[in-house]
Design a protein around this ligand. Structure first.
Ligand SMILES: NC(=[NH2+])NCCC[C@H](N)C(=O)O
Ligand SMILES: [Mn+2]
Ligand SMILES: [Mn+2]
Length: 298
């Protein structure tokens, strides 16, 4: 893992309809992310937040909410991430709702032709305009990265698919829409649902994930949606689903990723301080990032 980290804040809330997730980057900074990572002997710079357009008051031509503003911000983020990677630094993107992964992955794809992605999430985020029950773009980023969905989104960072389905591992899934299930089967996407996590334990899940991605990819991105965790541990999220991954299992997962030294970028998304309890979810995010970057108790 590269030890030069650049933080990019993305105060985006347009990929869904609940307010407050645009304050996620502030909440994570307030919970002490920079200070925490400075303790672990890392070079860390905070590039601040990228600019996000305003909520679209009239519905556009498609059923995708705030499509234009999301597309514009994604393009900006894609360039910013690309610059950071080209400087030899590790991009750490703070959301914001999960629609920001469209821009993050598009920027990474300019540098990795065979990128792996670990999608740590209660959801698949594999909807398109046709299958989405909500029209919320935060339920679509993984499909977009596979080249599926509205061209205004799939064309971000240039045309062409950004990700191969066989290079994706979803961990923590427990809420999938019908169209997402079809896509997972059709594309052969590797998924560890909560069933497998319960059955195998997080240790085996991470061992398999790491072994699977290690040889086949030229870089691995972690896209961690805080709703992958159980709402008891991470209450400040817009689309909580019961029966999630625990705080402890998540720590273990982060430590195993750090040991394996396979990550080349990461993003932490869906922290919504308005829905949170005393900034608990932002603090959980910071603690997990500590483990991910090598924090040790002794
Ligand atoms: N990033 C998220 N929290 N996504 C939740 C998506 C929920 C649902 N599958 C939808 O498409 O609307
Ligand atoms: Mn989710
Ligand atoms: Mn998500």
């Amino acid at each position: 893992m590269k030890k030069n980290i650049s933080i990019i804040g993305v105060p985006m809330d347009l990929g869904q309809t609940r307010r407050g997730v645009d304050m996620g980057p502030s909440a994570i900074r307030y919970a002490g992310i920079v200070e925490r990572l400075e303790q672990i002997n890392l070079e860390i710079e905070d590039l601040g937040d990228i600019e996000i357009g305003s909520r679209e008051r009239t519905a556009g031509e498609s059923n995708l909410k705030n499509l234009k503003a999301v597309a514009e911000a994604s393009e900006t983020l894609s360039s910013r991430v690309d610059e950071v990677v080209k400087q030899g630094k590790f991009p750490l993107v703070l959301g914001g709702d999960h629609s920001i992964a469209i821009g993050t992955i598009a920027g990474l794809a300019k540098n990795y032709s065979n990128m792996g992605v670990i999608w740590y999430d209660a959801h698949g985020d594999l909807n398109t305009g046709e299958t989405s029950p909500s029209g919320n773009i935060h339920g679509m980023p993984l499909a977009v990265s596979l080249g599926l969905g509205d061209p205004a989104l799939t064309g971000i960072g240039g045309t062409g698919t950004k990700l191969k389905p066989e290079n994706i591992v979803i961990i923590g899934a427990r809420s999938l829409d019908e169209g997402e299930k079809v896509l997972i089967k059709e594309k052969g996407i590797k998924v560890f649902t909560m069933h497998e996590i319960d059955r195998m334990g997080m240790t085996a899940v991470m061992e398999e994930t790491i072994a699977y991605l290690k040889d086949r990819t030229d870089g691995v991105h972690l896209s961690l949606d805080l709703d992958g965790l159980d709402p008891h541990d991470a209450p400040g999220v817009g689309t909580p689903v019961m029966g999630g991954i625990s705080y402890r299992e998540s720590h273990l997962a982060m430590e195993m990723l750090e040991e394996a030294n396979i990550l080349t970028s990461a993003e932490f998304v869906e922290v919504n301080p308005i829905l949170d309890e005393r900034n608990k979810t932002a603090s959980v995010a910071v603690a997990l990032m500590g483990s991910l970057f090598g924090e040790k108790l002794l």
